[in-house]
Design a protein around this ligand. Structure first.
Ligand code: GDP
Ligand code: GDP
Length: 434
C-alpha cells in the first residue's frame, strides 16, 4: 500500500506550492473532465520508484486562538491516518507561535513529524533553520518549494522505510481487485454481503484505525476476485444507520490499490459533492470504474426519472463508465455488476499494439489535423502503449506541448471508440521529439 504523506502548517508557508510539486506528473493528461469538482487536496506522486499519496491538510490555523479542532476535523483525521507528517514552516518569517502550537497538537496526537523549512532561497539556510531547532523535531529539511530545491532529498528520506510496491504480475492470485467505494450509508456493506452471497460472520472491530480496508478473496463462476471493502465491518444484525467517520485516506488507498472501483451512490439522496470527490479520485488514480446506483427498490417513477437525468448531467465526465441501477438489499441487479467489472478490467489491461495505436493516431490526424502554431503545424507521428490500468497512450511528435486541450479530447475519444476501451479512463502522454 502506498504511504500517505500529510502536509501540515500555518497558512502561507507554502503547502500548496509543495503539494503541486509533489503531485506534478510529467506531461500526462487524463482528458480534461469538465464538470468535475477538482479537489486539489489529495494527490499522488512518485519518489524514484516509490509511489505515495499526499494530502494538503490546509485546515490548520495557528495563531492566538489556537487550532479549532472541530473545524479542522477532516484534516485532523487525515493527520491521524497519515504515515508521515511533514510540518512546513516559513524560513523567512522565522518561528511563529502558531508553529509551536501545531507541534504541541501533533505531540498530543502521538504523530511524529518531520520539519520542513521552506523558502530558504536567497537567505542563509543555517541561520533560518537555527530558529526552528527549538521545536524539537528530529529531522529538519531546508527546501524551496517554488523551485524544488531540497525536495528530492526530503522525499528520499521520508520514503526510505517504505517498501517498493509489489509488481502487478505477482498479485495474480488475488484475481480482479474490486474496491467498493462510496460515502457513508449508501449501502456498501450491504452490497459487499450481497456480492459474497452470504451473510458474513462478522466481528465488530472497535479498535484500530479507521484507515484500513478489509481484503476479501472469493470466487464466483470460476473467476477469482478480491473485494476491497471500505465500509468497515458492522455488527451482525445491526440495522441502525451509523454516523461513521468518513475516512478519505481509506477511500483513496482502496481506490489506488484496486483494479476496478464500484462506486456506490444512494439513489434516494441523489448525487452530492462527496460522490463527485470520490469520482475525482477514481479518475485521477486512473482506475476502471463501474457506478452502482443503489436503493432502487421502492422508488416511484418520478423519483427514478429525476435521478436518471441528474446522473446523466453530473456524471457526464465519466461517460465511459457503466451505470447500474441496483438494490443491494434485495439483490436486484447485483449479479449484472460483474459483467461491467470484467469489461472495464479487460479494457484497462488490454495489450495495445504499436501498429494499431499508430494507425489510429494517423487516421485521426487525417480526419482532422492539429492546428498550426506560429506557422508550423503540430506533428503527431506515432503512438505506443505506456502502461495499463489505466491504459496509457504515448504520442510522439513535434510541438506536442502546444496541442490544444480540445484536440487531446478528440484524440482520447477516437482511441476509446476505435479500440473499444470501455469502463476505464485513458491517459494520453505527449512527447516532443524536437
Ligand atoms: P499555503 O497557504 O501554505 O498553501 O502556501 P502557498 O503554497 O499558497 O504559498 C504562499 C506563498 O509563498 C505564495 O506566494 C508562494 O509563491 C510563496 N512560496 C512558496 N514556496 C516558496 C519558496 O520556496 N520560496 C519563496 N520565496 N516563496 C515561496
Ligand atoms: P454503508 O455505510 O455504505 O456500508 O451502508 P450500509 O450497507 O450499512 O447501508 C446503510 C443503510 O441503507 C442500511 O440501513 C441499509 O439497510 C440500507 N440499504 C442498503 N442497501 C439498500 C437498498 O438496496 N435498498 C434500501 N431500501 N435500503 C438499503
Amino acid at each position: 500500500m502506498k504511504p500517505v504523506l500529510a502536509l501540515v502548517g500555518r497558512p502561507n508557508v507554502g503547502k500548496s506550492t509543495l503539494f503541486n510539486r509533489l503531485t506534478r506528473s510529467r506531461d500526462a493528461i487524463v482528458a480534461d473532465f469538465s464538470g468535475l469538482t477538482r479537489d486539489r487536496q489529495y494527490g499522488e506522486g512518485k519518489g524514484g520508484d516509490k509511489p505515495y499519496i499526499v494530502i494538503d491538510t490546509g485546515g490548520l490555523e495557528g495563531g492566538e486562538k489556537g487550532i479549532d479542532f472541530e473545524m479542522a476535523s477532516q484534516s485532523l483525521l487525515a493527520i491521524e491516518e497519515a504515515d508521515v507528517v511533514l510540518l512546513l514552516v516559513d524560513g523567512r518569517a522565522g518561528l511563529n507561535p502558531g508553529d509551536t502550537q501545531i507541534v504541541e497538537h501533533l505531540r498530543k496526537l502521538g504523530k511524529p513529524a518531520h520539519l520542513v523549512v521552506n523558502k530558504v532561497d536567497g537567505i542563509d539556510e543555517e541561520v533560518a533553520m537555527g530558529d526552528f531547532y527549538g521545536l524539537g523535531l528530529e529531522q529538519v529539511f531546508p527546501i524551496t518549494a517554488s523551485q524544488g530545491r531540497g525536495v528530492k532529498k526530503l522525499l528520499d528520506s521520508v520514503l526510505i522505510g517504505f517498501p517498493e510496491p509489489v509488481p502487478e504480475d505477482e498479485r495474480a492470485a488475488e484475481g480482479i481487485r474490486i474496491a467498493i467505494a462510496g460515502r457513508p450509508n449508501v449501502g456498501k456493506s450491504t452490497l459487499v454481503n450481497r456480492m459474497l452471497g452470504e451473510d458474513r460472520v462478522v466481528v465488530f472491530d472497535e479498535g484500530g484505525t479507521t484507515r484500513d480496508s478489509v481484503y476479501i478473496p472469493f470466487e464466483r463462476h470460476g473467476n477469482r476476485y478480491t473485494l476491497i471493502d471500505t465500509a468497515g465491518i458492522r455488527r451482525r444484525g445491526k440495522t441502525t444507520e451509523t454516523v461513521e467517520k468518513f475516512s478519505v485516506v481509506k477511500s483513496l488507498t482502496a481506490i489506488q490499490d484496486a483494479n476496478v472501483v464500484i462506486l456506490v451512490v444512494d439513489a434516494r439522496t441523489g448525487i452530492v459533492e462527496q460522490d463527485l470527490h470520490l469520482l475525482g479520485y477514481v479518475v485521477d488514480a486512473g482506475r476502471a470504474l463501474v457506478i452502482a446506483l443503489n436503493k432502487w427498490d421502492g422508488m416511484d417513477t418520478e423519483q427514478k426519472e429525476r435521478i436518471k437525468s441528474d446522473i446523466r448531467r453530473r456524471f457526464a465526465f465519466v461517460d465511459f463508465a457503466a451505470i447500474h441501477f441496483i438494490s443491494a438489499m434485495h439483490g436486484t441487479g447485483v449479479g449484472d455488476l460483474y459483467k461491467s467489472v470484467h469489461i472495464a478490467y479487460d479494457s484497462a489491461k488490454r495489450d495495445l499494439g504499436t501498429n494499431m495505436l499508430t494507425k489510429t493516431l494517423q487516421d485521426a490526424v487525417l480526419d482532422h489535423s492539429p492546428p498550426m502554431i506560429n506557422g508550423r503545424r503540430i506533428k503527431l507521428r506515432y503512438a505506443h502503449a505506456g502502461g495499463q490500468n489505466p491504459p496509457i497512450i504515448v504520442i510522439h511528435g513535434k510541438q506536442t506541448d502546444k496541442l490544444p486541450d480540445s484536440y487531446k479530447r478528440y484524440l482520447e475519444k477516437t482511441f476509446r471508440k476505435v479500440l473499444k476501451l470501455e469502463g476505464t479512463p485513458v491517459k494520453i502522454e505527449l512527447r516532443s521529439d524536437d
